[in-house]
Design a binder for this molecule. Structure first.
Ligand code: ADP
Length: 443
């Protein structure tokens, strides 16, 4: 048994023994026993009073001196209290450091609770959004950033990417806003002023669009004269090859200018492609494959298999451009006699897929992350020779982004490649106007 309990028992037995002794000497057994127990109870009441007074003061102070079981109780409680205060101090320091570091951050930072109400914000957020502690703490963030884009961002619940909204205090400025979930239903809202980057991007886009547009007229004139000269019989035979070469180069520049214009148009269009128009993908795919065959003049076997009768909500011209770029690439990078197989089907989960598989030269794995970058070519001379501009897959990527889709690529060098445009189920549209049933368009 512990020492403290032993002393308590000894005290009680001492008192009882003394009472018995005194009763043996003087009689009055009951009174002596009563006095002994009152003494024992009084000791405990007194110690309880000291404990209550000490707790009432509430600060870390040396505990009252005592012995027996009360000495142990005071000691244990004192130790617990010290541990609690130490932990509290450490937590306060961590919170202070966190606040100091986020306050020093150049980006606006807000802490939101599970209902997206503002719980805390730093100095940059105060300036960017002109927040005030008294007025805005506890307010829902939706009331402050009223843009419909931000609202659909919150509703969608997908916070991997930031969303651009105009500043609530100056609509000429653009803020990139990103929500980061943490802990139990808490959110960190990061706000960055991207006005300068946006202006630079707009300038770059405008420049490319204007330059491409300006190049169009001189190119048309040049092509016209070259065509006339090619028909002219007065020029000698020695001019035939140079003229053909000049015409081919003019054609290449034309394609390049058109691709640049297409890309800058896709970049300029804000937001996602419309959900209202249903594009008849089976018919679109047939058109693409027919025109690819006409261009290819039987150098490859080009097949189309339409397994799904679904259409897609989106922009027809953009989808045409994306799908035909994949088919043209497959032809371009497959040697004569190879097979190109296009398929339109739905995955078991509901996603819709336009797939183009070829038996061509394939792509080494190390190039895969870069092939959708503008002007990225694995073999520039081969691409140029085949009429490539280096912009095809960049266009595909942009079109897919605008249709909430993604590009999947699988490839084995020397064996072939598979490119898949994958669209979410929400984009699927079914109507009687869309050709139905499974069909195979064999060559
Ligand atoms: P390009 O106009 O040069 O074809 P793209 O942007 O369409 O430009 O494609 C980028 C690069 O990706 C190409 O230069 C080529 O190296 C590679 N590539 C694209 N499609 C295929 C394919 N089906 N097979 C092999 N390589 C391909």
């Amino acid at each position: 048994m512990r020492q403290a309990w032993l002393s308590e028992l000894l005290l009680l037995s001492g008192l009882v023994f003394a009472a018995l002794l005194l009763a043996a000497l003087f009689g009055y057994f009951g009174w002596f026993m009563f006095a002994a127990l009152v003494g024992f109870t009084f000791r405990h009441l007194y110690q309880l009073y000291r404990l209550e007074r000490w707790l009432r003061v509430g600060r870390v102070r040396n505990p009252p001196e005592s012995w027996g079981i009360w000495g142990d109780v005071f000691e244990h409680y004192y130790r617990l209290q010290r541990r609690y205060y130490k932990r509290k101090k450490r937590l306060a320091r961590v919170i202070r450091e966190f606040r100091e570091s986020t306050a020093a951050m150049p980006d606006g930072t807000l802490v939101l609770n599970s209902e997206f109400r503002i719980m805390w914000f730093n100095e940059a957020a105060r300036q960017n959004l002109r927040l005030s502690s008294n007025r805005d703490l506890g307010q829902p963030i939706g009331g402050l950033l009223r843009s419909p884009r931000f609202k659909s961002y919150l509703d969608a619940g997908e916070f991997d990417q930031p969303v651009n909204v105009s500043s609530p205090i100056d609509d000429t400025r653009t803020l990139a806003v990103r929500l980061i979930p943490y802990g139990a239903d808490q959110y960190l809202l990061l706000v960055r002023d991207v006005t300068r980057i946006q202006r630079l991007q707009t300038m770059r886009r405008d420049f490319v669009a204007n330059a491409s547009h300006e190049l169009r007229s001189p190119l048309t004139v040049l092509s016209g004269y070259l065509e006339a000269l090619a028909d002219e019989k007065v020029l000698g035979e020695e001019w035939r090859d140079p003229l053909e070469d000049m015409q081919a180069q003019c054609q290449r520049m034309n394609t390049l200018v058109n691709d640049l214009l297409e890309l800058s148009r896709l970049e300029t269009e804000e937001g996602d492609a419309t959900l209202e128009v249903a594009v008849d993908v089976p018919t679109l795919a047939e058109r693409i494959v027919r025109s690819a065959r006409a261009e290819d003049r039987d150098r490859h076997r080009i097949e189309l298999e339409v397994i799904s009768n679904a259409g897609l909500a989106g922009a027809e011209s953009e989808l045409y451009s994306a799908f035909s770029n994949l088919v043209v690439n497959a032809i371009r990078y497959t040697t004569t006699g190879g097979v190109i197989r296009a398929r339109w089907f739905a995955r078991p989960g509901g996603e819709l897929v336009f797939e183009v598989a070829d038996t061509g030269i394939g792509i080494d794995e190390k190039h895969l992350p870069f092939i959708t970058q503008r002007f990225y070519r694995i073999d520039s001379s081969h691409s140029r020779l085949k009429g490539g501009t280096g912009l095809g897959l960049a266009i595909v990527k942009h079109v897919l982004q605008r249709h909430n889709g993604r590009l999947e690529v699988e490839s084995t060098p020397g064996e072939g490649s598979v490119f898949r445009c994958v669209f979410p189920q929400q984009r699927a549209r079914y109507s009687d106007a869309i050709s139905s049933g499974s069909s195979i368009l064999a060559p």
